[in-house]
Design a protein around this ligand. Structure first.
Ligand SMILES: [Zn+2]
Length: 314
């Protein structure tokens, strides 16, 4: 049995044919054309058409991960600001075109499900998945099921960790995302360096502090800039506070991190582990396993989407 996993992002769509064990048999990608619902759908179909030509065995279903809110039961992408759609009945549209049933999920929930089905947390029935990039997404699996609440549970990025802090995209001040996602890290870095940027920061930004990103913070910290090491340590502390809250609420077997900001040679994950223990005031018996990085598969998004149909939730 094989399934198609479609991972729709803000700028591109990636899709693949995946077998029951999580092996990717074929994959492809295309840029998203965001003029209208029709052109977005066409971007998706270009990739899927090509995959079906390559398929040895006809896939049995389509899993779709989208960067926004979904109505899973109705198969509708309700809103995705980065892609620019509203109430798009994606599952029905793809079913009409390909004659295959489908399941849609928010991309962080699909990511969590992919880790559960095929990834580093395979076999764990209780886990928290956190993706740190331009935003912070989250997915919670409890007793082998995704926690949804009335619809949008698991939004770890919007846990309020610093009331009155920076304004978050959601309109609240001081969410975890406003402090510890890429743009929040960059903003704290610029604030820290505003008065007296170090020689290292000046060199890395070419003297233009506005160009400082979360990656600059990392590079400067690696080059020995103590101020940026402090900014990075604060990022770890905010994320560890998020972990502490999740630990108390869900007692997961592991908290698994993914996303571009985490791809830093393990610095941030080490910092999160250290802060988690400091905040708890005790040593976790197996902290390396408890707070971990997702496997660095470039196809994690495809696997997560395919897992929705290859390992359907019971
Ligand atoms: Zn928020």
């Amino acid at each position: 049995m094989t399934g198609i996993g479609i991972d729709i992002g803000g700028t591109k769509v990636a899709a693949g044919i995946v077998d029951h064990d999580g092996a990717i048999l074929a994959h492809g990608r295309a840029p998203i054309v965001k003029d209208s619902h029709e052109t977005i759908l066409e971007s998706v179909c270009v990739v899927v058409d090509d995959l079906l030509v390559q398929a040895v065995e006809r896939p049995s279903a389509i899993g779709i991960a989208v960067p926004g809110t979904v109505d899973r039961d109705q198969g509708i992408a309700i809103s995705a600001v980065n892609v620019g759609w509203k109430n798009l009945p994606l599952v029905a549209l793809l079913q009409d075109r390909y004659g295959l049933p489908g399941v849609i999920a928010n991309d962080a929930n699909a990511g969590a499900w992919g880790e559960y089905a095929f990834g580093s947390c395979k076999g764990m029935e209780n886990l928290v998945y956190v993706t740190v990039g331009t935003g912070i997404g989250g997915g919670i699996i409890e007793a082998g099921r995704v926690v949804r609440g009335r619809g949008a549970a698991g939004e770890i990025g919007h846990i309020l960790v610093n009331p009155g802090g920076p304004l978050c995209n959601c309109g609240v001040n001081g969410c975890l995302e406003s402090l510890a996602a890429g743009p929040g890290i960059a903003r704290r870095g610029r604030t820290a360096a505003a008065n007296e940027p170090s020689e290292i920061v000046r060199r890395l930004t070419g003297g233009d502090l506005d160009s400082l990103t979360s990656f600059t913070v990392h590079d400067a910290a690696e080059a020995g800039d103590q101020m940026m090491q402090g900014v990075r340590d604060d990022t770890a502390r905010w994320l560890a506070i998020g972990c502490q809250i999740c630990q108390q609420l869900f007692a997961p077997e592991c908290i698994v991190f993914a996303g571009g900001v985490m791809q830093d040679g393990g610095r941030l994950i080490q910092g999160i582990r250290a802060w988690f223990q400091r905040l708890a005031g005790s040593e976790h018996p197996d902290i390396e396993s408890f707070i971990r990085l997702a496997g660095e598969s470039e196809h994690a998004g495809i696997l997560g989407a395919a897992a929705l149909v290859l390992r359907p939730e019971q």
